[in-house]
Design a protein around this ligand. Structure first.
Ligand code: PLP
Length: 381
């Protein structure tokens, strides 16, 4: 359970991100222990949070890295991840990003369209290299999550459709500088229904048969990420159920000899260890509601505004009887609201508020909107 050092916080200017590094270490221990039972490989999806303090612990735990841009590939290298632990996905890789990844010698490009593979083939040729690729296939699995973070349905922009696999693979096999070694999938994010992953396994099993019939050897089965966390109960469920998650793939995937299973986990690794700490500036009593106006805004944490995401909000300095507040930021947008009708101890100017489960897609999505500064980060140890 995350505890907040209030005396230390009193010395720090708000808003800021606070990371419970003890919890991150415990989470990483779980990931490693559970994946090792089955010999699985895990790449941390660095787009969830690229904070260097966290990356150090993630690298020390022995995870690889999943990147979706050239700067993320560079960030992985700068933070000491070995090139062979890097995989690179994304629908719109620019030429310079492809060149950067080829020159670094990354493990695998997760490719999302035929025109993209053709460009990788050209650039690899000009560098006298061969690129290892895994084809991202859209398995048409409904992840039962928010429409903006579901990615595995046919109408999404990601990957190629099941009906195109045959023709795209035929074209890829003609390319001299490409080694097709894997299949890649990623069906969405914040998935808590293990049934969705089970359906993914079934689709993969069907594709395995097709590749086998066509004598194409698949070495890497990359099932992506997406494991969800409990935003409602960050203390009771501080560590996601990695045991259950990995065991689904162990039970339902029908693997061939020598195949490696790769995962790309972002949110489930880092979400619960982070909180956004902010101070109450004003309590405004409207005719219908009370507003707690805080000094963090949607520029610091955009998830509530962007996805109507729920984050648990706590007043960590008051234990007075409770009232209801809309907790809002200072940014000039009505969507700059962290929570409506939040039950908090009676709240006053100067109280500290913790917005929980903010370790993933928080700090990394911050902006300068309204010319506000980036919130700094602090660690529990
Ligand atoms: C975002 C992303 C991930 C990580 O998703 P989480 O829900 O944070 O685990 C993994 N793979 C790809 C290709 C992604 O785009």
């Amino acid at each position: 359970m995350t505890t907040f050092p209030l005396e230390r916080f009193a010395q720090i200017e708000t808003p800021f991100y606070y990371y419970d590094t003890q919890l991150l270490k415990q989470t990483l221990n779980q990931v490693v222990e559970q994946k090792n039972r089955y010999g699985f490989h895990v790449h941390y999806a660095v787009k969830a949070n690229a904070n260097q303090g966290l990356l150090k612990l993630i690298r020390e735990a022995g995870l690889g890295i999943d990147c979706v841009s050239g700067p993320e590939v560079q960030c992985a290298i700068d933070n000491g991840f070995s090139p062979q632990s890097i995989v690179f996905a994304g629908v719109g890789k620019a030429d310079w990003e492809i060149r950067l990844a080829l020159e670094a010698g990354i493990r695998c490009f997760n490719v999302e369209s035929l025109p993209e593979v053709q460009i990788i083939n050209e650039i690899a040729g000009s560098l006298n290299k061969r690129a290892t690729v895994a084809l991202r296939i859209n398995p048409n699995v409904d992840a039962h999550t928010h429409q903006y973070i579901t990615t595995g349905l046919e109408e999404n922009k990601f990957g190629i459709g099941l009906t195109e696999v045959e023709s795209v693979v035929a074209e890829i096999l003609k390319l001299n500088n490409i080694e097709l070694k894997g299949m890649h999938f990623h069906i969405g994010s914040q998935i808590t229904d293990m049934g969705a992953f089970q359906v993914l396994c079934m689709r993969i099993n069907e594709l395995q048969k097709w590749f086998e019939t066509n004598h194409i050897k698949i070495e890497i089965v990359n099932v992506g990420g997406g494991l969800g966390i409990d935003y409602e109960h960050p203390d009771q469920h501080a560590i996601p159920t990695f045991e259950e998650y990995f065991s689904v793939f162990h039970r339902f995937l029908e693997l061939r000899d020598g195949q490696e299973v790769h995962f790309e986990l972002g949110r489930s690794v880092v979400a619960q260890c982070g909180s956004l700490i902010t101070k109450v500036l004003y309590v405004k009593e409207g005719r219908k509601k009370k507003f707690a106006i805080v000094d963090a805004g949607m520029n610091d944490l955009i998830r509530p505004a962007l996805y109507h995401a729920y984050h648990k909000i706590e007043n960590i300095t008051s234990d007075a009887p409770t009232e209801q507040y809309d907790v809002v930021g200072p940014v000039c947008e009505s969507s700059d609201c962290f929570g409506q009708s939040v039950v908090l101890p009676q709240t006053k100017r100067g109280d500290l508020i913790a917005i929980r489960s903010a370790g993933a897609y928080g700090e990394i999505m911050a902006s300068h909107y309204n010319l506000r500064k980036f919130a700094p980060s602090y660690f529990s140890e």
